[in-house]
Design a protein around this ligand. Structure first.
Ligand code: VGL
Ligand code: ZN
Length: 204
């Protein structure tokens, strides 16, 4: 059996300040995946930022969707999003309800909680040791879905492939992306991550 990682299915990425085109279309697909019920573990990540977070363009008086050099790395700048305690930070209620009514072994992990550090990968969550959680669940493989395909899903899948010994697959019809260019898919493949549709994985 496998582990399912559901990345950042929060209102700000669906209909809020950083809405990803067609994000709402992946919700039924993800509900169906949860309802398969045969996951060894389900890890549900949330982007959780304090006000004035380092990734907010407003913090630096810059335009959103730009990049600045900061502490020797490139920091992407976004509209304010997923502020702890706001509606935008909440998981979509349909996903939350489907998770809550399942009998699955669910771990909620929060990332990006420190004001001066951004985190795209669920494996960078400060609330949990996600690698330890996956390994403790005696899983055979890892599937990743959610938002956004070209940012946090990509980063989570690539770190899963780097940090664990399990095969990693991104479920293509259960993710949506900020950028319409498909360069991120090539990056996944170069990172050793497979890309399949939910129908393909149900036949595996
Ligand atoms: C994300 C941009 C900023 C994501 C998080 O979840 O993909 N994107 N913070
Ligand atoms: Zn963020």
């Amino acid at each position: 059996m496998a582990t399912l990682i559901i990345v950042d299915l929060q209102y700000d990425f669906i209909d809020g300040s950083l809405a990803v085109e067609k994000a709402n279309e992946i919700i039924p697909t993800i509900q169906k995946l949860i309802k398969r019920g045969d996951w060894r573990a389900v890890i549900v990540s949330r982007d959780c930022h304090p006000p004035k977070h380092i990734s907010f363009a407003s913090t630096h008086n810059k335009q959103p969707f730009s990049t600045i050099a900061l502490n020797g790395t490139q920091q992407d700048l976004w509209p304010d999003h997923c502020i702890v305690g706001s509606r935008g930070c909440l998981l979509h209620s349909a996903i939350q309800d489907t998770l809550s009514s399942s009998q699955l072994n669910i771990h909620y992990v929060d990332k990006g909680c420190e004001v001066d550090r951004d985190a795209y990968s669920a494996f960078q969550a400060s609330s949990h040791d996600v690698k330890g959680l996956v390994e403790a669940s005696t899983t055979e493989s890892i599937y990743v879905c959610g938002l956004a395909g070209d940012y946090c899903v990509k980063a989570t899948a690539i770190s899963a492939a780097q940090l664990t010994q399990y095969p990693v697959t991104v479920i293509e019809d259960a993710t949506a992306s900020v950028d319409k260019h498909s360069g991120w898919k090539r990056e996944l493949e170069m990172g050793g991550v497979k890309i399949l549709t939910s129908n393909q994985i149900s036949k595996e």
